[in-house]
Structures are given as structure tokens and as C-alpha cells.
Design a protein around this ligand. Structure first.
Ligand code: C2O
Ligand code: CU
Length: 489
């Protein structure tokens, strides 16, 4: 059966699942070695690094003896980690062997709109699609996932997602970078299971599907054994709706070295990292020999009587990943004081602001409108630096992600964001009622007829139409650029 791409039927239950908080402290058996998604194979010819991805159906065994129907790239669940270096041209051939049309979006990547893999780049069952672009951005942990309009939650929930690590030759050599050894991918997802092992679809909270069981890289109860004093964890919130409030079980500081779009200028310490769907954070774990700690999601602080992400499992306490340091550890070298020289922000801050825009999030609408594939909401001038004010005027949590862009959070509720949130981002968490001011820079590929997206990354909201579209054109063409496009039915 071929699914119709479109806005999902409103028959699904959207009542708030007002269940008691979950507390899994001491209840998770950490027995499964943390699976490490393999590095995707690639070939290099004529200066192009080529990867192949196949989206397909399969079965996975998350619970011993139970088989779960899942979808994955090149395997049954999740996908391999793609890795490339700044300046390289990459080509990814994606084959769709699913029973439904899908797309593959490169979340966090600067690339031409035709390569973005958003809802306009449909891959029908049995077809394939090839994306090619040159990596023109600093090192970062970006990721890829389906983005078919109205079906993103379902496709991601089945298991389609993977990491794309970008390296830069300027990265400090002192940072751990041996993949799977001291540089570890950590993909956090939540699911619920039926007794026969299939994924359950419980009633949605207002924020979307919130599961009661945590998968890390597809494993329940994962253990990571490290053999170095310093380990880098590249954490992705790959969940549909759940916001994690990360901390260590012994409350030691978290050292943050990077957020969504790249390294921080300097390492920053904090006790908690709030991570909403789609966001990434890179942290360092400095272990002592023989130590065991747990990466935990703590109940969120109350602000004005409300949790930061009310309705998204905000009061849950969840043990996510056990980290065990071996009895002897390879010593770590001192961290550099500066991770990257980053002059871009200083230069954009002094530049003439070219445009400022406002986005109001309410219900599942942005500026009172639902996504229309045919409507271009904004036309941007290539090379622009813009300030975007994003206001969550709703009583529930949302977040805000912009394709083909990276931004700095200038303020949240008129205050400076915490130090670890002052680097480059592509997704920002917006607790109920809060406003963020962003300084945004965009990739400069122009195409008047093919848009990029901005949207809430709570996948159910996105599917419901909490998304808008922008194009980039030459400055002189902004006024005459099309405000609507033809979309094949
Ligand atoms: Cu991660 Cu528009 O998506
Ligand atoms: Cu939302």
C-alpha cells in the first residue's frame, strides 16, 4: 500500500496522558553493552565521498525473546553514522525499500534546498534519490531522519534516524575523536512496548508520543565501558516529544564542549542540560578508574509552578546509560582553554541587521497558520543575518528548528542564556510562555522555487502543521520572488 503524503487524519487521540511520573532509578538492569552504530562505508572517487543508504523494514529484539517490527537504514533499526570532513563533497544515494513514501533530511546541514530532504524531496517506494553537496560548515554532530509531510513522527518512531559527524581539520587534537572508543554516539529515544514486543502507541500527551522505556542507540539498559580518562559523548535527543534534563547520578558537573551546530568557544560546566527533540550536545566524561556513574534525566525544575516541558515527561526520573570506567585508564591530556576561534559572531553582531522577524507558536500553529506546502512564508536575501524573535505564547512546551541555518541565542526571556547555550544552535527549546531572540545565519544557496523549513521539532506538532517555509534568493530579487509554488499531488 502506498501511503498518501499529507496532513494526518485528526482521528488520532490527542488527549493529554496525565499519568503519574515515572521513576526508573535502581530499576534498570544495565546489562547490554551500548551498541555503537557502525560508521557508514564510503568510497571516494573524483573528489566525491559517496555513501549508500537503504531505508527498509526489519525486526529488532529490544526485549529478550520478543521481536519488534522496525524500520532502519542499512539495518533493522536506526542507521549507520556518516562521517565527512569540512570541504569534502559528499553524495548519498538513498534507496526507499519501505512500503511508504519517505524523505531523508540532513538536520543541521547547510546545503542547497533541492538536497535538504524535506517534505518536497519525496522518495516513492522502490525509488531512490541522490543528494550531493559540499560540506561548508565547521565540525558538528548533525543527524538525518525522515521528513515526509504529516508522517515524520511515524517514520522516526519506526526507527529511521542516524548521525552524521562532521570533522574539521582545525578541531583541537586534545578532544577525544576515536569513534566507538573514546568518542561515543548516544542516541536517546523513548518507546512504549505492547506485551508482544511491538511498539505501542499510547495516547499522546499534548506534546506528542512519550514512551516509558528508554532506548540508547537502540538498547534498553545500556552499559558503556570506557578505557580512557576522558570520553566524549555526542548526545542526540532522537525522541518524538520527550525533553531530557540530563545530569550525572552523582551530580558531578557536566562539561559541555559543543551544541547542535558545533564546538563552543570554551568548555563550559553545568549541572543540568535540557535537551529537547532534535537537539544535540557533546559532553566530556572524565572518569576515575573503577568508577560507575549513570547518565540520568532528572525531573525538571519548576518555573512559575510549571515544569520546563510540561506534558513531555517533565517529572520523570530516568536512568539512561551506565558508564563504567575500567580499572586502568589511558591518561587524558589537558583540555585547551579555547576550543575554536569564532569570529563570525562578532562580525555578525556588528553587521547591519538585515531583517528581523517574529514567530508566534501557539497550539500547533506558527503565526496563526498551519503548514501549506504551496505557500512560501518568508523570502530571505542570500547572505543575510537576521534576528528572529520566537515566542511560545502557548501553555505547553514547543521548540523551534530552522533548516540550513545556525543561530546564536541572544536571550531567553530577556536574559542571557546559560553559558553552555551560547554557542551555535539549530534548535531551541521554548518552555511554555517563553520568548527567545535568535541571531540567525543561513546557507547562501538560492532557489526561488524550493523552500527550506522552520518548525517545532516535537514531531507530532510538526506533522500537525506547526511548520513554515522560507526561500533564499538574491537580495535584488526578494520583492519579486514567488510566494507560492506548485506542489505535485
Ligand atoms: Cu530534524 Cu525539519 O528537522
Ligand atoms: Cu510544538
Amino acid at each position: 500500500a502506498v501511503a498518501i503524503l499529507g496532513v494526518p487524519q485528526l482521528t488520532a487521540c490527542t488527549t493529554f496522558n496525565d499519568r503519574a511520573p515515572i521513576d526508573t532509578v535502581g530499576k534498570v538492569d544495565f546489562l547490554t553493552p551500548l551498541p555503537i552504530p557502525p560508521i557508514a562505508e564510503s568510497t571516494v572517487a573524483n573528489g566525491i565521498r559517496t555513501f549508500a543508504l537503504e531505508a527498509k523494514t526489519g525486526t529488532s529484539e529490544f526485549i529478550a525473546g520478543k521481536s519488534t517490527p522496525t524500520w532502519g537504514y542499512n539495518g533493522a533499526f536506526l542507521g549507520p553514522t556518516l562521517r565527512a570532513t569540512t570541504g569534502e563533497t559528499v553524495r548519498v544515494k538513498v534507496a526507499n525499500n519501505l512500503p511508504e513514501a519517505t524523505t531523508v533530511h540532513w538536520h543541521g546541514m547547510k546545503l542547497p534546498a533541492a538536497m535538504d530532504g524535506g517534505p518536497h524531496q519525496t522518495i516513492h517506494p522502490g525509488d531512490s534519490w541522490t543528494a550531493e553537496w559540499t560540506v561548508e560548515q565547521p565540525s558538528a554532530t548533525v543527524w538525518y531522519h525522515p521528513h515526509p509531510h504529516g508522517q515524520t513522527e511515524a517514520h522516526v518512531q519506526h526507527g529511521l534516524a542516524g548521525l552524521f559527524i562532521l570533522d574539521d581539520t582545525d578541531d583541537p587534537a586534545e578532544l577525544p575523536h576515536e569513534y566507538g572508543v573514546d568518542d561515543i554516539p548516544v542516541v536517546l529515544q523513548d518507546r512504549s512496548f505492547e506485551s508482544n514486543g511491538t511498539f505501542a502507541t499510547p495516547d499522546r500527551a499534548v506534546s506528542g508520543l512519550v514512551g516509558d522505556t528508554i532506548l540508547v542507540n537502540g538498547a534498553i539498559g545500556p552499559v558503556l565501558t570506557v578505557a580512557s580518562e576522558r570520553t566524549r559523548l555526542r548526545i542526540l535527543n532522537g525522541s518524538s516529544a520527550r525533553v531530557y534534563n540530563l545530569g550525572w547520578s552523582n551530580d558531578q558537573d557536566i562539561t559541555v564542549i559543543a551544541t547542535d551546530s558545533g564546538l563552543l568557544r570554551k568548555p563550559q560546566t553545568t549541572d543540568r542540560v535540557l535537551l529537547s527533540p532534535g537537539e544535540r550536545v557533546e559532553i566530556l566524561f572524565d572518569g576515575s578508574a573503577g568508577e560507575t556513574v549513570i547518565l540520568r534525566s532528572h525531573p525538571q525544575d519548576l518555573r512559575m509552578g510549571k515544569a520546563m516541558s510540561d506534558g513531555a515527561g517533565a517529572n520523570d526520573t530516568l536512568d539512561l546509560l551506565q558508564v563504567v570506567a575500567a580499572a586502568t585508564l589511558t591518561p587524558a591530556v589537558p583540555l585547551p582553554l579555547t576550543l575554536i576561534e569564532d569570529n563570525l559572531f562578532a562580525s555578525i553582531a556588528s553587521a547591519t541587521i538585515q531583517e528581523s522577524r517574529r514567530f508566534e507558536l501557539s497550539g500547533t500553529l506558527i503565526n496563526g497558520k498551519a503548514m501549506d506546502m504551496k505557500r512560501i512564508d518568508h523570502v530571505l536575501a542570500a547572505g543575510a543575518y537576521e534576528t528572529w524573535m520566537v515566542r511560545n505564547i502557548h501553555s505547553q512546551v514547543h521548540n523551534f528548528h530552522v533548516h540550513n541555518a545556525r543561530f546564536r541565542i541572544l536571550s531567553i526571556e530577556n536574559a542571557e542564556p546559560p553559558a553552555y547555550l551560547q554557542g551555535w544552535k539549530d534548535t531551541v527549546l521554548l518552555p511554555a510562555g517563553q520568548t527567545a531572540n535568535l541571531a540567525v545565519t543561513f546557507g547562501d544557496y538560492t532557489d526561488p522555487d524550493l523552500p527550506y523549513m522552520y518548525h517545532c521539532h516535537l514531531l507530532w506538532h510538526e506533522d500537525q502543521g506547526m511548520m513554515g517555509q522560507y526561500t533564499i534568493v538574491d537580495r535584488k530579487d526578494v520583492d519579486d520572488a514567488p510566494r507560492s509554488i506548485n506542489v505535485d499531488a
